[in-house]
Ligand binder design. Structure first.
Ligand SMILES: *Cc1c(COP(=O)(O)O)cnc(C)c1O
Length: 353
């Protein structure tokens, strides 16, 4: 009989700060597809796989961290969670809080959240506060709230978030039989690159993997504090999920980059949108703009001659394209060819006759 997936905490409990009998709030996150991306492999001369995190319950990798964070909130007896968000953290927090029966408040940058993500926070019953500022301002507000009031912070500065998120590295090693040569992912607040590095290191230390990959992080040009070497004031990019100027996990991300022998570079919004369209049209995976930054960064590295021939490379595509159809469809012709109820007309229109 097939073994059913039990969510990341139960699947990887021996690697996580949880024990049998602890409350576990799960929506069945993790166990996401690792898809061979032939079209990208051909372009870069390597063996490229996409870790499709948009297949998580709320459509992004944030669910891996949220199951851990919310489970701990329940264990500690808190009744209200808060987060700042560029969209996906709030979608995930709202869903897991709903499952746990907790109140959830989300603080968002006004006008900068994709419609699908906003819808998720609303339908899952979160209380929404929009700030006339950017994500970094929102994070400052919720950190101060959690310091002074009885509410639990579930942003990635909550250490349980990174614990949950590291399980994606475990899944990749389990599926490939070892760690890849290189792992590429988008970098915003920098929790995820830090979590993957922690996961890869632990798997190498404890035996399931024999090595660790080089970590390649990719930022958007208008929001690239790691490339600049310092926080930036007014981050701007079409990839709203990585529109962050002052990443919370700065030191951990720098350690992931340097200890792994990797780098963090930037790509333009044009490169991001081109990669998003290519992944959809040629690999069959619809990702959101921030997610496509990983592939855009890989393509740029190949162009610069920096991709080792035949290397095994995994790219995290972090979130589902359905969350932001407005960006994906911008500039496209949407009107289908109109035909009567007639097979011949359909055949004609398709050039079959
Ligand atoms: C949160 C998020 C990111 C950025 O991850 P960090 O851990 O903040 O670096 C990238 N892509 C998507 C879709 C996200 O939701």
């Amino acid at each position: 009989m097939a073994q059913l997936w039990r969510g990341v905490i139960r699947e990887y409990m021996e690697y996580l700060p949880f024990a049998e009998g602890d409350p576990i709030i799960t929506l069945g996150e993790g166990g996401t597809p690792l898809v061979p991306a032939d079209a990208i492999s051909r372009r870069v001369g390597a063996d490229v796989w996409l870790k499709v995190e948009g297949a998580n319950p709320t459509g992004s990798f944030k669910d891996r961290g949220m199951t851990a964070a919310i489970s701990k909130v329940v264990a500690e007896g808190s009744t209200t969670v808060v987060c700042a968000s560029t969209g996906n953290t709030s979608a995930s927090a709202a869903a897991y809080a709903a499952k746990a029966g907790l109140r959830c408040a989300v603080v968002l940058p006004q006008g900068k959240i994709a419609a699908g993500k906003m819808a998720q926070a609303v339908v899952h019953g979160a209380i929404l506060l929009a700030v006339d500022g950017n994500f970094d301002d929102c994070l400052n507000i919720v950190r101060a709230l959690a310091d002074s009031y009885p509410v639990s912070l579930v942003n990635s500065v909550n250490p349980f978030r990174l614990q949950g998120q590291k399980t994606a590295a475990f899944e990749i090693c389990d599926e490939l039989g070892d760690a890849p040569d290189i792992h590429v992912l988008p970098v915003g607040n920098a929790g995820n690159i830090s979590a993957y590095w922690m996961g890869y290191r632990e798997y190498a230390e404890r035996g399931p993997a024999t090595r660790t990959p080089r970590m390649w992080g990719v930022q958007a040009e208008g929001a690239a504090p790691f490339v600049k070497g310092e926080p930036i004031k007014n981050p701007e990019t079409v990839a709203t999920a990585i529109r962050i100027g002052n990443p919370a996990s700065w030191d951990l991300a720098v350690a992931a980059r340097d200890e792994s022998g990797g780098w963090i570079r930037a790509v333009s919004d044009t490169q991001i949108l081109a990669a998003q369209a290519m992944i959809a049209a040629e690999v069959g995976v619809f990702v959101e703009p921030a997610s496509a930054a990983s592939v855009a960064g890989l393509l740029a590295a190949a162009e610069a001659g920096d991709v080792p021939k035949g290397a095994r490379i995994t790219c995290t595509v972090t979130g589902n394209g359905l969350k932001d159809t407005e960006t994906a469809l911008a500039g496209r012709v949407l009107d289908p060819t109109v035909i009567p109820v007639d097979i011949a007309a359909a055949a004609d229109a398709l050039g079959l006759s």
